[in-house]
Design a protein around this ligand. Structure first.
Ligand code: THU
Length: 131
């Protein structure tokens, strides 16, 4: 996997962020097992709760195009800090991604990043296995 390229794709995605309420701009780039990259940005709403995070935008775009097998996602924000996915996005990742194999790339900038698994970020999560 070309991590630096995935991070750059996430920064490209952030350019499309629609965040007039929080002014907190987020970009994500999702790598599929087939090698495609889907970009996502956060999309806010005046009613607040319909807001969609960058990660979910990328995942929903991919699933709506017939892709359901994912290798990794890179997430970037405006601040030089690691931006970790919210609980709702972690739950959506649980639906489609392997807890141990899926790589979540949290990037502070284009070269400083940390990779974690879903198992690390979301231990004890509820999933289809529990049904
Ligand atoms: N946000 C994301 O897009 N991804 C995250 O991982 C955390 C939060 C968005 C949602 C909202 O538009 C803004 O950031 C502030 O919470």
């Amino acid at each position: 996997m070309d991590v630096l390229n995935l991070i750059e794709e996430a920064y490209e995605a952030k350019k499309m962020s629609y965040a007039p309420y929080s002014d907190f701009h987020v970009g994500a780039a999702l790598l599929t097992q087939s090698g495609k990259i889907y970009r996502g940005c956060n999309i806010e709403n005046a009613a607040y709760s319909p807001t969609n995070c960058a990660e979910r935008t990328a995942i929903f775009k991919a699933v709506s195009e017939g892709e359901k097998e994912f290798k990794a996602i890179a997430v970037v924000g405006d601040k030089e800090e690691y931006l970790t996915p919210c609980g709702v996005c972690r739950q959506v990742m649980m639906e489609f991604c392997d807890e141990k194999a899926f790589q979540i790339v949290l990037a502070k900038n284009k070269t400083d990043y940390r990779i974690c698994t879903l198992q690390e970020l979301f231990p004890g999560a509820f999933s289809a296995k529990n049904l």
